[in-house]
Design a protein around this ligand. Structure first.
Ligand code: TXA
Ligand code: MG
Length: 315
């Protein structure tokens, strides 16, 4: 049995030698590489089968490191980062020249965050380069929230996993940026629009993901998708005579059916934390379809509905 310290040293060594390591974060597991090693970063795109046009988030150890990589930091950004870091807030800021284009897919802005996970923070403290880390799932699949999800995704090709149990938050970080004086949310995430507005004291805009190109974070219509067909609807529209090839995921009450999962919508943090793991579990059953109950679109419900809509998209 390797103890934590050895674990972290091994991960650091692999990253130094240009290998990928699966890292725990509070949101979801990430597939990490040395941000300044182009060959290592290419391995992320190859393993995930992710289009090269889709840029990567830079993970750093603390706010002090930020000025190494970005040019201008608006006051509102400083306030939000001080409040939420380490934590699930990713900020898009104008990049310095030393940040390679192969991380940002040619964009002049780089996405940065400080993850809130003790092992990953210790790892970042041991290495002298930042990490790029997308969610560790194959392109368009569900983000992994437990180590065993990685083995489902990649089998014998799974890189070394710095294991740290189940992720606490369970859905991806919120991605924000600035257009003029406006604060824009590019990807809804675990920090909700309501919380952001409370902390920064003004309205924020949520980017209309339909009108922009490949560069808009998480904009792919199909994303977060299990292999099994997902139908997102209200309880009234669920089939009245459920068969054993249909799974049900409900939030307002338990339903009676051969394959059911219930997460109580009075505890939305629990719903968020466990939802992806349930999707992995259901997908492994190789059923015909999954009916998922719609959530009320406020706070975390809004973020989760965004994910569920994408997971039910056919293309
Ligand atoms: O919670 C998270 O953010 C997780 C953990 C591992 O940190 N990471 C994550 O990364 O969700 P990823 O790559 O799966 O999603 C990041 C999104 C992508 O949709 C990407 O297009 C967008 O952020 N993104 C990254 N850099 C960007 C940039 N410079 N400009 C615009 N979008 C960017
Ligand atoms: Mg992802």
């Amino acid at each position: 049995m390797i103890d934590n310290k050895d674990d972290i040293s091994k991960a650091a060594e692999l990253l130094r030698s240009g290998e990928l390591v699966v890292i725990p974060t509070e949101t979801v597991y990430g597939l990490a590489a040395n941000a300044f090693n182009e060959d290592a970063v290419a391995k992320i795109y190859a393993l995930k089968q992710r289009p090269k046009t889709n840029p990567l988030i830079l993970h750093i150890a603390g706010i002090k490191e930020l000025t190494n990589y970005v040019e201008e930091i608006p006051d509102a950004a400083v306030k939000l980062m001080n409040h939420f870091w380490p934590g699930p807030l990713t900020v898009l800021l104008p990049k310095k020249k030393n940040v390679p284009d192969y991380i940002t897919a040619g964009s002049e802005r780089v996405a940065v965050r400080v993850p809130n996970n003790a092992k990953t923070l210790a790892l970042l403290g041991q290495i002298d380069f930042p990490l790029v880390a997308p969610s560790a799932n194959p392109f368009t699949y569900i983000s992994p929230t437990k180590p065993e999800h990685l083995r489902i995704c990649y089998g014998s090709k799974t890189p070394y996993i710095l294991e740290d149990g189940e992720c606490e938050v369970g859905i991806e970080s919120t991605i924000i940026g600035f257009e003029g004086k406006d604060l824009i949310v590019y990807r809804l995430g675990s920090i909700t629009v309501e919380t952001l507005e409370k902390i920064c004291g003004k309205r924020v805009q949520v980017s209309n993901q339909k009108s922009t190109g490949e560069m808009t974070p998480g904009m792919h219509h199909k994303h977060y998708s299990p292999k099994t067909r997902v139908r997102l609807t209200t309880l009234e529209n669920f089939p009245k005579e459920p068969d054993s090839k249909t799974a049900f995921i409900t939030f307002s009450k338990k339903v009676d059916a051969p394959v059911t999962f219930y997460l109580d919508n009075r505890h939305m943090h629990d719903v968020a934390q466990k939802l992806y793991a349930i999707l992995y579990e259901v997908d492994a059953l190789a059923l015909d379809q999954i009916f998922i109950e719609e959530l009320e679109e406020t706070d975390l419900g809004r973020t989760l509905m965004d994910r569920l809509r994408r997971s039910s998209a056919s293309k």
